[in-house]
Design a protein around this ligand. Structure first.
Ligand SMILES: NC(=O)c1ccc[n+]([C@@H]2O[C@H](COP(=O)([O-])OP(=O)(O)OC[C@H]3O[C@@H](n4cnc5c(N)ncnc54)[C@H](O)[C@@H]3O)[C@@H](O)[C@H]2O)c1
Length: 345
């Protein structure tokens, strides 16, 4: 299968970006787009020289080799199921579904059908996160004592998106919960969360917070703090800091980090600051869709890095616990992660 025909459902903020990357992904010969708004699908397709279909069902009927899903979260389960029923591998944007309860039927369906489904956690394809995972596994940092993960957006997405997002931990920090598990190789067993909506009080009107913090305890006793903000004036700031008995490693600390030093005479970072997730992780998103093309082709290598459905549900369990702790004000134990189901690859 040298020239793949891939389909992509949902060409909003991130779907249009994936479509653009896919037109330059080696081995992808044809791309067909669909959106709930067919005019939008046509516009994006015409701008990129891709094909379009009036809806996802019509797209699958064109006989695509693989399906990417980048619709809003609420539509993920139905479209993943449609892709699996059509017998093609699926790469679905995170999260699997709005919460764990609505993710489990997806897991069961994929297991029963022997489907091939991966979830878009692009940090797994980012050079910095990959180096952190390697260095930790090689023992270069010694015994980890503290981990800090942060994801701060420069500006919030539309309120309508936030209202359907499931909350800051499920929508945003789920990336950092996945990265915590993937980089350290440990499970999060307890979460204690706080949040506020003092910078963008309108976010409280849709039941969410603009800033949140979760203290996480890993199953080997390591402590981690995960923070997030929708309103970070300095720019798009995504970092992971690992501190251990032998060394410290920081992901996302470069000349474009969205911060400045308080130390006199220190010019680092020189800037300009990162602005959006699309720009900060452009290389990682390209690598992610290329890995999916490898998966569809049946090649190993980078395809092994894609986040499995079981891993994505495990990260969602941490996000659910964080949302629950935010609601109750009490620490919450994380339910045991799903074991990789036998039939779900
Ligand atoms: N990995 C990341 O860094 C990252 C970043 C942003 C968003 N996301 C995820 O990507 C998803 C989309 O987010 P977004 O910000 O692009 O949302 P968006 O609202 O901008 O775009 C969603 C698009 O899906 C379309 N759509 C809805 N139902 C559909 C259906 N049944 N068939 C076809 N198209 C349909 C909508 O018309 C819209 O154009 C969300 O699940 C979000 O969590 C991931």
């Amino acid at each position: 299968m040298s020239d793949l025909h891939l389909g992509l459902a949902g060409v909003g903020r991130i779907g249009a970006m994936h479509a653009s990357h896919l037109t330059r992904t080696p081995g992808v010969g044809r791309l067909t787009l669909a959106d709930a708004d067919p005019d939008r699908a046509r516009e994006v397709a015409e701008a990129l020289g891709a094909d379009w279909a009036p809806d996802a069902e019509a797209l699958l009927a064109r006989g695509v080799d693989g399906l990417l899903v980048a619709t809003g979260t609420a539509q993920h389960p139905a479209l993943v199921a449609a892709g699996v029923r059509a017998g093609v591998p699926v790469l679905c944007e995170k999260p699997v579904a709005p919460d764990v309860a609505s993710s489990l039927p997806v897991l069961e369906l994929v297991e029963a059908a022997g489907g091939v489904v991966r979830i878009g956690h692009q940090r797994r394809h980012d050079a910095g996160y990959r180096e952190a995972r390697r260095a930790h596994a090689a023992g270069e940092l010694g015994r980890l004592h503290s981990v800090r993960a942060t994801t701060c957006d420069a500006a919030p997405p539309p309120l309508a998106f936030l209202a359907a997002s499931g909350g800051l931990f499920r929508d945003c920090s789920v990336h950092d919960f996945d990265a915590l598990r993937w980089v350290t190789g440990r499970e999060v067993v307890e979460v204690y969360a706080r949040g506020s909506a003092e910078v963008a009080p309108q976010i409280a009107d849709v039941g969410d917070v603009d800033t949140a913090l979760a203290v996480c305890t890993l199953d080997d006793g390591t402590l981690a703090v995960v923070t997030a903000s929708r309103c970070n004036g300095a720019g798009h700031d995504v970092r992971l800091e690992l501190q251990g008995s032998l060394g410290t490693l920081v992901v996302g600390l470069d000349e474009r980090s969205a911060l400045r030093s308080a130390e006199p005479g220190t010019a680092f970072p020189a800037g300009p600051a990162h602005t959006t997730f699309a720009e900060r992780f452009a290389d990682a998103y390209r690598a992610e869709v290329a890995a999916f093309a490898d998966l569809v082709r049946g090649a190993g290598g980078a395809a092994e890095d894609l986040c499995t459905l079981a891993d994505a549900v495990a990260a969602a369990r941490v996000a659910d616990a964080a949302q629950e702790s935010l609601r109750t004000g009490a620490p919450v134990r994380v339910a045991a992660p799903e074991r990789a189901p036998a039939g779900a690859r």
